[in-house]
Ligand binder design. Structure first.
Ligand SMILES: [Zn+2]
Length: 360
């Protein structure tokens, strides 16, 4: 899109100006100085007049943020990279700031209700809305990804605390169930998602058999990108719905700390990454925070080997799906793990008060 090229050019020119000023005169150029020059740019290059003024300002602010990040990392003693010029492949969005003021929609991006949205400089664009907008829209961006255009709204959501809840739950993240809870519930990704994922794998395989630089290969690559996007959308949707359900139901949610879990580094890594636990946990944490509910991470060591009833160690192979302990406790293996996780998150006490040997 034309606007992408113009904003990218502006970004690079503004970066050049800052570099030159620093190298030749040892001076730094402030954001407001560059903003003032926008008028000159428009006089010299009339095509810039057709771009929404705030989009141009936002482009300069983006560069300014890059510099601020650069300087604050320098201050912290890190070795940051100097802000870079953006090539074609590294510039895929532009932003309309301030779309709503005082509760009224003053900027562009208001959904027109007929499945369209008006984008200044572009016209009426068809839009498939995935979720209703929550909260107050702050910015409206147009983003290109895998050959499609997206409208992205950043909204400010008021914290809406849910009534306090004494209910606590432990969740075990796994490959056989995506989530198993200490209450015995299990959640798997929807069928449509699994089907799309299988399709994606098939496309990937046949791509590897096509000749390099052939027409068929190019077409297949485009299809692959579309399928990737679809799978990613379905996965995100599943994560949002599951997180919403858990946050509504429980006041405290305890999960394994993914950073310290060995799983991500093991041979399961591929499956783990596909399952997208980290992105689920971040969605869950955000929803919990805005509802005033608690998410607790615990060190996961040995959680799948401890009996939640008696606290003894019951070693299991990965293929063993059932936890069956000498004390008479028989549970789905992941549900048992979720119960141990909950106990660790609350106070470390299991069943009738025995302590968990957390490093077992
Ligand atoms: Zn037991």
């Amino acid at each position: 899109m034309y606007i992408l090229d113009l904003t990218r050019e502006l970004y690079n020119a503004a970066l050049q100006e800052r570099r030159d000023a620093w190298r030749k005169a040892g001076k730094s150029v402030a954001l407001y100085e560059q903003m003032r020059l926008l008028g000159e740019v428009k006089a010299a290059r009339p095509e810039y007049r057709e771009v929404y003024a705030q989009v141009l300002q936002e482009t300069l602010k983006r560069l300014d943020r890059a510099f601020q990040g650069f300087f604050s990392r320098l201050k912290r003693g890190e070795k940051p990279g100097y802000p870079r010029f953006k090539g074609r492949g590294w510039w895929d969005s532009f932003t309309f700031p301030q779309v709503v003021r005082g509760g009224c929609w003053v900027g562009p991006g208001k959904p027109l209700g007929n499945g369209k949205v008006k984008v200044p400089g572009v016209g009426h664009v068809r839009m498939k809305q995935h979720r209703p907008l929550e909260g107050v829209p702050k910015t409206f961006s147009i983003k290109r990804s895998a050959g499609c255009w997206y409208a992205v709204y950043v909204c400010e959501v008021q914290v809406q605390p849910l009534p306090p809840s004494e209910n606590a739950v432990g969740i075990d993240l796994g490959l056989s169930h995506f989530v198993a809870t200490s209450e015995g519930e299990t959640f798997a990704p929807p069928k449509a998602y699994r089907k799309a994922e299988a399709r994606l794998k098939r496309t990937q395989r046949s791509l590897s058999k096509k000749r390099r630089a052939s027409n068929r290969r190019r077409k297949l690559k485009e299809r692959l990108a579309r399928q990737h996007r679809k799978v990613a959308n379905q996965r995100r949707d599943f994560h949002h719905k599951l997180a919403r359900k858990l946050v509504n139901q429980y006041g405290t949610i305890v999960h394994e700390d993914l950073n310290t879990s060995g799983l991500a580094r093991s041979r399961l890594a591929k499956g783990v990454l596909d399952a997208g636990w980290a992105s689920f946990i971040s969605i869950l944490s955000a929803k919990a925070a805005s509802a005033g509910r608690r998410v607790v991470a615990v060190r996961p060591h040995g959680t799948s080997q401890i009996c939640p009833e008696c606290g003894s160690i019951r070693k299991k192979e990965l293929s063993e799906r059932i936890h069956a302990c000498g004390c008479g406790c028989v549970l789905d293996r992941d549900v048992a793990a979720a119960k141990v996780i909950l106990a660790l998150g609350l106070d470390g006490a299991l069943g009738d008060g025995q302590r968990v040997a957390a490093s077992a």
